[in-house]
Ligand binder design. Structure first.
Ligand code: ZN
Length: 258
């Protein structure tokens, strides 16, 4: 049996499915590595602008980031939970259940006070994104861009993600608690664990805990897909499978399995 078929079968047979999505699949990885981003980042003097440039570039490439379709089909009507360390919000654009996704590293959807003077999250003002897009089209100068400021203390607002100096965790903590509770329900159940593109950037969020869950749950299957770091602990024996593959390609090929 082909590996994708085997994974789809394991998902179908499982009572619960735990999915981890990691940094190899983050669209920002591609954006940061692009020559156009490199060029802009050399040109820009004010550091605060760069994350907004990344956000504008993400908006532009949004159509290409629809890679989760086949996975959402396989998981339809199943009892699943997805944990992702990506910051591109890509999962939210596929047809997963919103309440079954947790993104502990945050993203580029909301802003927070850089000083975290409160736990409040703020919408991104439309005009700042318009300004940035205009700047990228060469319609205005960098000096004309206005940094959004905290309405409470007047310090700069930054994107609500793990790169903020004072990360406000309110954006995900509620769902994290639901996830923890869901995990308790996997004990002694037939669980399929699928990890895609998770490397060593935040190993304590997905990689290590998943290994532990797989180790203790004798009824679990564990699939790790990564372009390089696909190795799995030998203690998992036959239940663990490391798959050396490009994670994006792998996700697309999932549709061949059903
Ligand atoms: Zn503030």
């Amino acid at each position: 049996m082909e590996m994708t078929e085997q994974i789809v079968k394991s998902i179908m047979d499982a009572e619960l499915i735990l999915v981890g999505i990691g940094e190899e699949l983050d669209s920002f990885k591609k954006i940061k590595a692009s020559s156009s981003y490199e060029e802009i980042s050399k040109k820009i003097q004010e550091k605060w602008i760069l994350p907004f440039v990344r956000k504008a570039m993400l908006n532009k490439t949004e159509k290409e980031t629809q890679i989760y379709g086949p996975l959402s089909q396989v998981l339809e009507n199943k009892n699943y939970f997805i944990i992702s360390t990506c910051q591109d919000g890509g999962l939210g654009k596929a047809s997963f259940l919103e309440e079954r996704i947790v993104e502990p590293c945050g993203g580029y959807k909301k802003l927070q006070c850089s000083d975290a003077c409160s736990n409040s999250l703020y919408e991104i003002p439309d005009d700042i994104m318009c300004q940035i897009e205009g700047y990228l089209r060469g319609e205005c100068k960098e000096s004309e861009l206005k940094e959004p400021l905290c309405p409470v203390c007047g310090k700069p607002l930054v994107f609500n993600n793990v790169e903020a100096d004072n990360y406000v965790e309110e954006g995900y903590i509620g769902k994290w608690n639901i996830y923890k509770k869901w995990l308790q329900g996997t004990v002694n159940k037939k669980v399929c664990i699928l990890e895609v593109g998770v490397g060593m950037k935040y190993p304590s969020v997905i990689r290590w805990p998943f290994e532990k869950i797989a180790y203790f749950n004798q009824k679990s299957d564990f699939f790790r897909v990564h372009s390089m770091l696909y190795q799995i602990p030998h203690e998992l024996g036959e239940r663990g499978k490391g798959i050396c593959a490009n994670p994006e390609k792998f996700l697309k090929e999932l549709s061949n399995g059903f």
